[in-house]
Each structure stands twice: as structure tokens, then as C-alpha cells.
Design a protein around this ligand. Structure first.
Ligand SMILES: [Zn+2]
Length: 162
């Protein structure tokens, strides 16, 4: 029995997501993230891999990247959350989605997409609805910078209003 089923997503209201078909324990491998292995040089050289779709690209090591932008990559349907219950787990040239919490039957699987912080982060708003959501899809280490940015702006507004 598969651990997941495809359903309309609660996070991405235009898209689909993957949902747990039974209770899952932390550490369980849920699904293989599949795609095409390309060289990092191909990523650098081709316009196909520009900043508009970093979502599906995983740097595997110094030489190779996995491009998961294929309709048969079911794991590509998993949505981002700032408070995820799963993570991308790379081993060699393989990537698994692994549970990082105990997940209940019927919950939507979510991962941290892990984008770096750059000037384009506003392209990817986040609607995950978790308490610590910073409003944009960026990786956890980068989130403080966004919080800081908003804090600065609020401070400025306060100063301007006084
Ligand atoms: Zn979020």
C-alpha cells in the first residue's frame, strides 16, 4: 500500500498535494523524488534552468543536479511549508522524502523547499498557514533575514509616523 495519495492541496489552492494514507512514524521514507540527472554545468548553461523554476532542482553534489520537473515525478507535488513534516533526504544520487515528525493519516505532506535568500524571493509567496510562516518560500537559515527586513520596515514606519 502506498503511503500517499494525490488530492487537491489545502496549501496551494490551485494545485495538488500528497496526503498520508495512514499514520506514519518519524523517519519513514515516503516516496522517491525522481527526475533526470543533469550536470551542474548544464544548469549554468541552459536558460531552461533560470530563476523561475528552482523548485525542482536539487544539487546532488559538485557535479550533478537532479531535475524533478516531470509529470511522472509524483513527489514534485509536495508543497512547501515553513513548518514542514517531511524533508528531502539525499543519498548518493537518490532523493527520498522522509517524515521528520509523526504524521497522521489524512495530513498533507510538506517539505521545506530550501530556496536561498535573494532578491527574487518575492516571486514565491508562501501560504502554508503555519505559525512561523514568513510569507515567502525561503529556506530556514534565510528566514531571519526576511523577518529582519520586515522588522526594519516596521521600525521605519514607526519613526515616520511619530
Ligand atoms: Zn509559510
Amino acid at each position: 500500500m502506498k503511503l500517499y495519495k494525490i488530492k487537491k492541496s489545502k496549501i496551494d489552492n490551485k494545485g495538488r498535494g500528497l496526503y498520508a494514507t495512514k499514520d506514519i512514524q518519524e523517519g519513514t521514507k515516503i516516496i522517491n523524488y525522481t527526475g533526470k540527472i543533469i550536470t551542474n554545468k548544464q544548469v549554468d548553461d541552459s536558460d531552461k534552468y533560470d530563476n523561475n523554476k528552482p523548485i525542482y532542482l536539487f544539487t546532488l553534489n559538485k557535479r550533478y543536479t537532479l531535475d524533478g520537473d516531470f509529470s511522472w515525478n509524483t513527489a514534485g507535488l509536495i508543497n512547501h511549508s515553513c513548518d514542514p513534516n517531511s524533508q528531502y533526504d539525499g543519498k548518493g544520487l537518490k532523493i527520498w522524502i522522509t517524515a521528520i515528525k509523526n504524521i497522521e493519516k489524512g495530513e498533507e505532506f510538506t517539505c521545506d523547499y530550501g530556496f536561498g535568500f535573494d532578491k527574487d524571493y518575492k516571486q514565491f509567496p508562501c501560504k502554508c498557514g503555519s505559525k512561523n510562516c514568513c510569507g515567502y518560500i525561503v529556506r530556514e537559515e534565510s528566514r531571519w533575514r526576511i523577518h529582519k527586513k520586515f522588522a526594519m520596515r516596521n521600525k521605519k514606519n514607526l519613526v515616520n509616523n511619530s
